[in-house]
Design a protein around this ligand. Structure first.
Ligand code: 16G
Ligand code: ZN
Length: 531
């Protein structure tokens, strides 16, 4: 077929370095940008096949999120804006690692296995972050799509969640919103403006937020969003990309891991600040108190704030919908206890990685999911959305219930349900704080985090560690879990687990306990047991 001739011809322009092996991991492919040209071309091919197979638009995002500027990466986005399925992750790895002369064989193997109808049309949406390698690598993706005769739309510079949103809008016939960047700003900003109409006498001070843009795409996009907010939020932006390097001493990952403010951020006591990561799908908040001490409000605190707000609205609306919070093993024990014992919401724990949390959250009327690192969103089932809408329109509903239903509806509209979204999460958090009249300290005081420590251990082969129970218990090597159990018993309110990283060649160790000294000691002792 002429199509395959074209693939061969184009593929030779995007040659694979012989022997290079890469894997489609939890965050797609991610490594130094030098090694990625052939990967991008081949992901263009694969996205085209996936589009033919699903008869829907597929997204390709070129980004390496919080990694250093020199790195890059690529992720595929499925029709409803979710992560691509596991089987196709496998095909991605297969196609990426085929030596140059075997590309066509691998491609045909996938076509056959999935019975892809090659005469079906294909459509691919593309987006990229601000890395200097991203434009060139995007072109390689486009070459892959065109080699197989697919159509493409290049959105250029967008955040990862914006691209997920576009794909979902496109495939739902614009029911979710309009598949343009302008459509995204309009939907979210209008919902935000409606929400803050319910804020009691909000002063300019309360509307002020410091945002660390990680010198990345989020900085560009939060400025564009701000222009749509009609002064509903006043943003001081630092690390806007005009001077510093992407993710260097800044961004959500830096702040979360280092537990300190990003460079360039001048913080007055009590002032609300937040950091995005390099592709704006994560957010964490923080402030310093009057003694100058730094306080971090991570994904667990965010999940608690959002679920408290939603639960109150459901009660006011008299709606009987179940609400769950999905976390991972990294969630601070205090947050889990607070959610279960005080808030009385269902709590679920899944393996690390957005797709696991997203999947678990889909099982409830309302599923709030957040990783402690600040990636998360809220999912509403179709029937939950319908019930909320019906109530808001029902002429027999009393005023209090109607107001709650309208607030719920605007909450749904401010949220990007396709994936964690720093800009959308920021607007939701700001709206909640404003309507509840909460300061960042009051939010922080809802519960106190247990002191904790994370370490990484280099081992010769991290795959010797196997876990179960959402990564909270080790089943291999034999005896490791028993050792961890006996170490944990030495400390009060202690908990610890180990898991092989999905993105780095290391084993991660997490420990929490009543005091920082205990958490540090426990993490250290457990890391010695891993060797
Ligand atoms: C990836 C995941 C993130 C997870 C992290 C864990 C996605 C989109 N991203 O960045 O959710 O927290 O990996 O990394 O799923 P680790 O396995 O190295 O600890
Ligand atoms: Zn990210």
């Amino acid at each position: 077929m002429a199509q395959f001739q074209e693939v061969l011809r184009q593929s030779s322009l995007h040659p694979k370095p012989a022997g290079l092996v890469l894997q489609y991991g939890t965050a797609g492919f991610r490594t130094n940008a030098k090694h990625l040209d052939h990967i991008m071309f081949r992901m263009g091919l694969l996205a085209t096949l996936r589009s033919k197979k699903t008869k829907a638009t597929i997204g390709v995002m070129v980004t390496a999120s919080h990694n250093p500027e020199e790195d890059n990466g690529v992720k595929l986005v499925d029709p409803m804006g979710e992560m691509v399925t596991q089987a196709w992750e496998g095909y991605a790895t297969l196609l990426a690692n085929a030596e140059q002369q075997d590309v066509l064989t691998s491609l045909k193997e996938i076509i056959e296995k999935e019975a892809v109808n090659m005469s079906q049309e294909a459509n691919v949406f593309l987006g990229r972050d601000t890395r200097c390698s991203s434009a060139r690598l995007s072109q390689a993706v486009l070459d892959g799509v065109s080699a197989l005769g697919g159509h493409s739309k290049d959105y250029g510079l967008v955040t990862t969640p914006q691209l997920h949103y576009m794909v979902c809008c496109q495939n739902t016939g614009d029911k979710y919103g309009e598949a343009t960047v302008e459509g995204y700003y309009n939907k979210l900003s209008q919902a935000y403006i409606q929400l803050i109409k319910h804020a009691p006498n909000c002063t300019d001070d309360q509307k002020h937020l410091c945002v660390d843009g990680a010198n990345g795409i989020g900085a560009l996009k939060v400025r564009e969003m701000e222009a749509h907010l009609k002064s509903g939020l006043q943003i001081s932006l630092v690390n806007d990309g005009s001077q510093g390097k992407l993710n260097d001493q800044c961004g959500a990952d830096f702040v979360k891991v280092q537990q300190k403010p990003p460079s360039g951020m001048k913080m007055n006591p009590g002032e609300r600040c937040c950091s995005f990561d390099g592709d704006a799908d994560r957010i964490v908040y923080y402030y310093t108190d009057s003694e100058g001490q730094f306080h971090l409000l991570d994904g667990d605190k965010i999940a608690t704030l959002i679920s408290t707000f939603l639960k109150e609205l459901l009660t006011q609306a008299g709606l009987n919908l179940n609400i769950a919070v999905v976390q991972t093993a990294y969630a601070n024990g205090s947050s889990t206890r607070y959610l279960e014992d005080t808030m009385k919401v269902i709590v679920r724990c899944t393996k690390t990685g957005v797709k696991h949390l997203h999947h678990a959250a889909q099982e409830f009327d309302i599923g709030v999911y957040f990783e402690a690192n600040g990636h998360g969103t809220v999912l509403f089932s179709k029937s939950a959305e319908e019930k909320i809408q019906q109530l808001s329109k029902d002429p027999n509903t009393d005023d209090e219930r109607k107001t709650a239903a309208l607030l719920l509806q605007n909450t749904i509209n401010v949220i990007n349900q396709t994936v964690g979204d720093a800009i959308s999460d920021m607007l939701l958090i700001e709206a909640i704080l404003a309507t509840k009249g909460l300061t960042v300290q009051q939010w922080d005081a809802i519960y106190s985090d247990l002191p904790n420590r994370q370490l990484k251990v280099k081992v010769s082969d991290r795959r010797v560690i196997d876990t179960t129970d959402a990564e909270r218990r080790a089943v291999r090597p034999a005896g490791l879990q028993e050792t961890i159990d006996s170490l944990v018993k030495k400390y009060r309110q202690a908990r610890s687990f180990v898991r092989p990283s999905g993105t780095e060649d290391v084993v991660r160790v997490y420990a929490e306990a009543e005091t920082q000294e205990s958490a540090d000691a426990l993490a250290h002792e457990v890391s010695l047991a891993v060797y």
